[in-house]
Design a protein around this ligand. Structure first.
Ligand code: GAR
Length: 210
């Protein structure tokens, strides 16, 4: 299986995916930000990298079209968004339907968008976390594959909370990708995700901070 990873920044999820040594080939890492440090992570691992600055395009539609061309040049079976901070056009999402995954730092459908940790703290929620989901045209929305819950501690600030959520991100993203590679993720007719175990029956998995 061929995987293309899209990033915009430091690439810690990319690093976790690489460290998991999944039975698949990461064929390219592509960033919309030429200075993303995650590109160096990929290069150090001997993976092809490409940067396409969205700022050089007149519209989102033109940028996404150019991205599709670059990505498709690598013939991916799966496209993984790992801190790729772009709102996607419907055309892009539909083009990769069923093979486009995202990780988001909240328990979706709560806290789509930005500043998830501060917003969770401001609301006084006691449980926060992260989600891996199939991407649909609605921002940070789509069938949920796996979530991990993290308790919100009395003395947490956005930095401490984000650090602990990130640790869980690094566990659940490689896990979800591994399931995808193994054909264990089934998108049901009702739009929900079923996880199949080795006998083809259903299984439920829920992660919490150790
Ligand atoms: C991660 O926390 C990821 O969940 C988040 O960006 C960070 C990227 O970190 N993604 C989103 O907010 C997408 N809506 P990384 O570059 O170190 O993997």
């Amino acid at each position: 299986m061929r995987i293309v990873v899209l990033i915009s920044g430091r690439g810690s999820n990319l690093q976790a995916i690489l460290a998991a040594q999944l039975p698949a080939q990461i064929v390219a890492v592509i960033s919309n930000k030429p200075d993303a440090t995650g590109l160096q992570v990929a290069q150090a691992a001997g993976i092809a990298t490409q940067a396409l600055a969205h700022t050089t395009f007149a519209s989102r539609a033109e940028f996404d079209k150019a991205m599709i061309q670059i990505i498709d040049g690598y013939q991916p079976d799966l496209v993984v968004l790992a801190g790729y901070m772009r709102i996607l056009t419907d055309e892009f999402v539909n083009h990769y339907q069923g093979r486009l995954l995202n990780i988001h730092p909240s328990l979706l459908p709560s806290y789509a968008g930005l500043n998830t940790h501060q917003r969770a703290l401001d609301d006084g929620v006691k449980v926060h976390g992260c989600t891996v989901h199939f991407v649909t045209p609605t921002l940070d929305h789509g069938p949920i594959i796996i979530q991990a819950a993290v308790p919100v501690l009395n003395n947490d600030n956005a930095d401490s909370l984000s650090e602990r959520v990130l640790c869980m991100e690094h566990q659940i993203y490689p896990t979800a990708i591994h399931w995808f590679i193994g054909g264990r993720i089934q998108l049901a007719a009702d739009g929900k995700v079923n996880l199949l175990n080795n006998n083809g029956s259903e299984q439920t998995v829920f992660y919490t901070e150790p």
